[in-house]
Design a binder for this molecule. Structure first.
Ligand SMILES: *Cc1c(COP(=O)(O)O)cnc(C)c1O
Length: 375
């Protein structure tokens, strides 16, 4: 559909084109090249993670985290149910069994008490947890990390949406053994598709690097003892990523400003308990990748609002449909309290691209107010 305002379009604005021209100049278009290394170094210094591996998607990063952790056929892997499928695919690639954990209302992210309940009631110990920081807002990471430590569960953070989000001054994705970032087209920065695996253990990241280039042995001819994947990022994409990452702090400030504009414009509705924005947990700074809200009045149908805005040329979207409600996971194990289902049925993601100005946000907010009145 021809939208006038998109949900979260790419926003180029710095050195991206110049760096791509440098790549052409050098003819290191692909596979690797100087920008791939530079992108890894820049991500390491921004996130304060000691190891990083540039990949062609965030999904690949999660897959390699599970593979190098030897999570395999029949293993239980706990995961946030309120997330995007890319968070869960890797579990299926490894033949492992996802176990879904619902959200709580004060973070909209994984509920720590349900996590404990899941660990204590499963017939065998789960091997890992994939924890999503949804919409760039931090999950209750300190509490969750403590639980993982207590029960000996490997923590993998899905920080695909949360580049630029910090908890207690530390970057999301840098708490667990592994963290996965995504630079897909609609994320806060994009490399035209790409991802990054962050990790505490250098050896494990080096092993992931080996798997990401077809598990090729270090010999003059092609020798294969193990199998791998074609998961590395190209130098062209890395050049775009480097240019984008230089602007990450401005982008976070802008997305947070867009959130505050929506918040101001819809303030009366929050006061009168008609709607509620996604919270920000204490001691954290989310990136407000997307401004999201839910209606507290059941008369307001978010799908109808998405349709109403689309007719005005504005792209919006319902909140993620929880994994445990997906037909694909009809028979899977879930520890639920109804929260993510409620969020899905009552919530919406609003246009949040970095190029939006206050006039556009005010116009969208006025349309939302009109819609509310008509319900
Ligand atoms: C985008 C996203 C992914 C996957 O990233 P890709 O780079 O598209 O593979 C995983 N999890 C979440 C929560 C995402 O939003």
């Amino acid at each position: 559909m021809g939208f006038e305002i998109f949900l979260s379009p790419p926003q180029m604005g710095g050195n991206e084109q110049k760096y791509v021209a440098d790549v052409f100049e050098s003819n290191y278009i692909a596979p690797l090249g100087a920008f791939v290394n530079r992108f890894e170094e820049d991500i390491k210094s921004y996130t304060h993670c000691s190891n990083a591996l540039a990949l062609n998607s965030g999904t690949a990063a999660l897959h390699l985290a599970l593979r190098v952790s030897e999570i395999t056929q029949g293993d239980f892997v706990l995961a946030s149910s309120f997330t995007f499928i890319g968070s869960i695919d890797a579990i299926l690639y490894q033949g492992a069994i996802p176990v879904f954990i619902d959200s709580d209302l004060d973070s909209w992210n994984l509920d720590p008490s349900l996590l404990v309940k899941a660990i204590e009631s499963l017939p065998k110990k789960p091997k890992a947890l994939i924890l999503t920081h949804l919409y760039g807002q931090c999950a209750k990471i300190a509490e969750i990390m403590e639980i993982c430590k207590q029960y000996g569960i490997l923590l993998i953070e899905d920080a695909a949406e949360s580049l630029g989000a910090f908890y207690d001054g530390k970057h999301s994705g840098s708490f667990g053994e592994f963290g996965a970032l995504s630079f897909n087209g609609n994320k806060i920065i994009t490399s035209g598709g790409g991802g990054m695996l962050l990790g505490k253990d250098k050896e494990k990241i080096e092993k992931a690097r080996f798997y990401s280039t077809q598990a090729r042995e270090n010999l003059p001819y092609y020798e294969h003892i193990d199998y791998g994947y074609n998961y590395r990022l190209s130098n062209v994409c890395a050049a775009i990523g480097v240019g984008q990452l230089e602007q990450i702090e401005q982008k976070v400030v802008k997305r947070r400003e867009i959130f505050s504009w929506y918040n101001m414009a819809l303030y009366k509705q929050t006061e009168s308990q008609i709607l509620e924005f996604m919270p920000e947990i204490p001691n954290s700074r989310g990136n407000r990748w997307l401004t999201t809200l839910r209606f507290l009045d059941a008369k307001i149908n978010p799908l109808a609002l998405v349709e109403f805005l689309a007719q005005k040329g504005i792209e919006s979207r319902p909140l993620w449909k929880p994994m445990h409600l997906q037909p694909l996971f009809r028979d899977s194990i879930v520890f639920s309290n109804g929260v993510s289902q409620k969020l899905f049925e009552s919530g919406i993601c609003l246009p949040s691209g970095g190029a939006l100005d206050k006039n556009a946000v005010d116009r969208i907010s006025d349309l939302i107010l009109d819609f509310i009145k008509s319900c």
